[in-house]
Write a protein that binds this ligand. Structure first.
Ligand SMILES: Cc1cc2nc3c(=O)[nH]c(=O)nc-3n(C[C@H](O)[C@H](O)[C@H](O)COP(=O)(O)OP(=O)(O)OC[C@H]3O[C@@H](n4cnc5c(N)ncnc54)[C@H](O)[C@@H]3O)c2cc1C
Ligand SMILES: *[C@@H]1O[C@H](CO)[C@@H](O)[C@H](O)[C@H]1NC(C)=O
Ligand SMILES: *[C@@H]1O[C@H](CO)[C@@H](O)[C@H](O)[C@H]1NC(C)=O
Ligand SMILES: *[C@@H]1O[C@H](CO)[C@@H](O)[C@H](O)[C@H]1NC(C)=O
Ligand SMILES: *[C@@H]1O[C@H](CO)[C@@H](O)[C@H](O)[C@H]1NC(C)=O
Ligand SMILES: *[C@@H]1O[C@H](CO)[C@@H](O)[C@H](O)[C@H]1NC(C)=O
Ligand SMILES: *[C@@H]1O[C@H](CO)[C@@H](O)[C@H](O)[C@H]1NC(C)=O
Ligand SMILES: *[C@@H]1O[C@H](CO)[C@@H](O)[C@H](O)[C@H]1NC(C)=O
Length: 657
């Protein structure tokens, strides 16, 4: 294995040399690489795309060629603010929008594109294909887009589309999902850097910061609160950073020594799973396979079918490569830039830098059993039996999680995946999307489930469980709707141990469905029973006590006015008081939560918030990075044009408050 590693190193080194001379000869404006050999021993070698970096020297050469200091200064590095009190003196103002007097001229954008070697794009909204006034108008494309709109693949390969268009301002929906019947740019970013090198990311960061333009980072666009959108923004699109590498015995700065996988920021969960599987190992990734592994998922904590066993995704990270807000490119490990390393494991996406790659622990592949089944009220003797079956599940969750398993369930008043037909429908429906039992045989899984299944049998519920070995049994989830909104709560162990609280949790389930809401619930621990979880990261502490993560959704007609959206949103936010009262000292998982959550900072970040906020000021003193609900977002407002209070979506000018 050692031989192979040195062979790979030789190839990488020769590629680096070729790259360097290539850029020197052909592209005087292009970036130069730094030698791989200068790297510390606790981070794996740089990917080729990471060796192409922006330096002071490149910038000087670019300035000579541009011959206009006003323009070339727009690409220079920012001052490093290691001194917080200096940083706090910086002025903040509103970010520019296209059309503003100070918005960069076409000449400036062209120079930027030249420096990027042509990777700047100016995309129209995805659904513009359905509107004759846009140049992307095309009847066939429109039909395809409309048919595929609820499929995540469509949005993840588009430079600006996001999967929760409500938070973009629902400005350009395809036919059949129409609210306004028109298509506007809305909060889809104005320009996108289709990133394939570190130098391009550094240029984008410097240019946005020096030009006072809103900056967005888009990976897949999965974020529940549309955090990868922003009106008038320059977006850094990380989707094509698809490198990956395997290290069978990696020595990390935090003491870990074992197999590890390094992934580029654009690698998605399914790609990481496939790569790992071929190597006979596995990684901690999400249940939805199109989510990005190294972007918002891990930054936000990241729960996984393996979390009850191994902890959160953020617990797996050994090293990060990051472009910070000042444009510098740094390695972050337990010993190098430890503050950055701490914050970017749980503190959320889009806070102080762009993660370019991530190195995570890999685990031996384990035999795993999955179980799926469903039952409706028609499969039971009536409402009492139906609810008895649900209650028996809640009664057993503690045992299930403590065995290292994970379960993802849907509960509603209709079999329709997203939401209920209408409030008050009693067509009750329960579906175990998948019960995952890592390291357990079918027999062991049956034994574990027996206390619950015995109750189902006693209640004469027909449920037909299907046991599979080594099948990842998750359906593709529907995305793309602007007609639903969630609240969520992490439910701690004490609720499951206290008979009265556990009963209240069950009654809350019943209450939600009877009031026209629906539930996506997870039995999952953020702690992991098989490892000593590292607690030196920014994961919301409430995750460590949680045995369940429960999302409660509301749905409205897509043609609804903003007033209906407003009322429905407030309804679910208020309804969540039931769960907040049951678990008052817990919190909510930031990546799958309500952006109207009361005491949001406390709920999403807990006791970590003061430190996160301080690091935000230190590493991003001008507020270059912004996303709804992200650390420091409370210092900004979005002046939305819709008749909703500020900051409900990304469709408006971003101003410091
Ligand atoms: C269908 C579906 C299923 C899901 N399943 C799970 C699950 O099983 N477990 C779970 O924990 N979560 C799950 N999620 C939630 C998911 O983890 C979050 O939506 C997460 O934010 C997605 O990250 P992304 O990078 O793929 O998406 P994006 O929407 O592209 O990015 C999310 C946020 O991270 C920022 N960001 C992205 N990349 C970078 C980067 N390289 N550097 C800095 N900031 C970056 C973006 O700016 C944005 O603020 C699911 C979401 C959906 C829609
Ligand atoms: C340099 O660029 C700025 C910004 O585009 C422009 O206003 C100025 O006229 C340019 N200067 C010269 C000498 O061309
Ligand atoms: C930080 O700035 C303050 C005020 O400008 C100054 O008094 C202090 O010495 C600085 N500290 C460091 C470590 O540079
Ligand atoms: C983005 O860049 C990748 C190569 O890194 C290329 O394959 C893709 O076509 C580009 N996409 C767009 C929309 O320019
Ligand atoms: C419910 O489970 C049965 C198998 O027992 C399956 O045929 C059916 O499609 C499932 N229904 C839904 C809506 O998932
Ligand atoms: C898997 O199960 C085996 C046998 O019960 C046990 O020895 C091993 O520690 C388990 N592995 C994990 C990661 O829990
Ligand atoms: C279940 O069915 C059996 C036999 O049909 C019946 O005796 C029993 O009362 C039923 N139990 C419930 C809870 O409906
Ligand atoms: C929204 O709620 C307000 C206050 O409860 C009410 O007056 C209004 O009629 C509601 N609007 C809609 C469209 O439901």
């Amino acid at each position: 294995m050692k031989k192979l590693a040195s062979f790979l190193f030789a190839i990488l080194a020769s590629m680096y040399l070729e790259t360097k001379s290539f850029y020197f000869i052909l592209l005087p404006l292009g970036a130069v690489a730094t030698p791989i050999a200068s790297r510390g021993s606790y981070a794996p070698p740089l990917f080729l795309c990471e060796t192409i970096q922006l330096t002071d020297e490149t910038l000087s050469r670019a300035a000579l060629s541009i011959q206009n200091k006003t323009i070339s200064d727009l690409f220079s590095f920012g001052p490093s603010f290691k001194n917080l009190s200096d940083a706090q003196k910086l002025p903040h103002s509103c970010k520019l929008l296209p059309g503003d007097a100070l918005w960069p001229s076409d000449t400036v954008w062209k120079t930027f594109n030249d420096l990027l070697e042509g990777s700047l794009i100016q995309p129209e909204p995805l659904a513009a294909a359905c509107y004759p006034e846009w140049s992307d108008y095309n009847v066939e494309t429109c039909a395809t887009i409309t048919a595929q709109w609820m499929n995540s693949d469509l949005h993840m390969i588009d430079p600006t589309s996001i999967m929760s268009p409500l938070y973009e301002g629902r400005s350009c929906m395809p036919l059949g999902y129409i609210y306004t019947g028109s298509c506007l740019q809305g909060a889809y970013p104005t320009y996108v850097v289709n990133a394939s090198t570190v130098a391009q990311i550094q240029l984008a960061v410097n240019f946005a910061r020096n030009s006072n333009i809103r900056l967005v980072v888009k990976n897949t666009g999965h974020d529940f609160n549309g955090k990868a959108s922003g009106k008038g923004a320059l977006s850094i699109w990380t989707h094509w950073l698809k490198d990956k590498a395997y290290y069978p015995s990696f020595q990390a700065a935090n003491g870990y020594n074992g197999p590890a996988i390094k992934v580029g920021a654009g690698i998605q969960v399914f790609e990481a799973y496939e790569f790992a599987k071929d190597l006979g190992v596995t990684v901690v990734g999400g249940e939805a396979i199109t989510v990005g592994l190294a972007g918002g998922y891990t930054a936000g904590g990241g729960h996984s079918p393996l979390s009850s066993l191994y902890g959160m995704a953020a617990d797996q990270v050994l090293a990060l490569e990051v472009v910070l807000a000042d444009g510098s490119f740094v390695t972050a490990t337990a010993s190098e830039n430890p503050d950055v390393y701490w914050m970017l494991r749980g503190g959320g996406g889009s806070t102080i830098g762009v993660v370019v790659s991530m190195t995570v622990r890999a685990y031996p592949k384990l035999p795993t059993t999955t179980v799926t089944f469903n039952f409706t009220i028609d499969d039971t003797a009536g409402p009492d039996a139906f609810w008895g079956a649900v209650q028996a599940y809640i009664d057993n969750i503690e045992t299930f999680v403590d065995a290292g398993t994970y379960g993802y369930y849907y509960l509603g008043a209709s079999a329709v995946e997203v939401g209920t037909d209408y409030a008050g429908n009693t067509d009750y429906y329960f579906r175990m999307e998948s019960f995952v039992a890592p390291n357990m045989t079918v027999t062991e899984t049956r034994e574990l489930l027996a206390p619950w299944f015995n109750v189902l049998d006693e209640l004469n519920v027909t449920y037909n469980p299907c046991h599979d070995v080594w099948v990842v049994a998750f359906p593709q989830e529907y995305v793309g709707t602007d007609a639903t909104k969630f609240g969520s709560r992490l439910i701690p162990r004490n609720v499951f141990q206290d008979e009265e609280l556990r009963r209240e949790l069950f009654i809350a389930h019943e209450n939600a469905i009877d009031n026209g809401l629906y539930i996506l619930g997870f039995q999952v621990s953020g702690k992991g029973i098989a490892i000593e979880p590292p607690t030196d990261n920014a994961v919301l502490p409430a995750w460590r006590n949680a045995l369940a993560h429960i999302l409660v959704g509301i749905e409205w007609n897509p043609a609804s006015s903003w007033e209906v959206v407003y009322n429905s949103s407030l309804y679910v936010t208020d309804w969540m008081d039931l769960l907040r009262d049951i678990a008052p000292n817990s919190g909510a998982y930031m990546s799958e939560a309500d952006l109207l959550e009361p005491n949001l900072q406390e709920a999403f970040y807990g006791t970590n918030y003061p430190r996160l906020y301080e690091l935000k000021q230190r590493y991003d003193p001008t507020g270059l990075f912004f996303a709804l609900t992200a650390v420091g977002a409370e210092d900004w407002e979005i002046q939305v044009t819709d008749p909703l209070p500020n900051s409900w979506n990304n469709n408006g000018r971003l101003c410091h408050v």
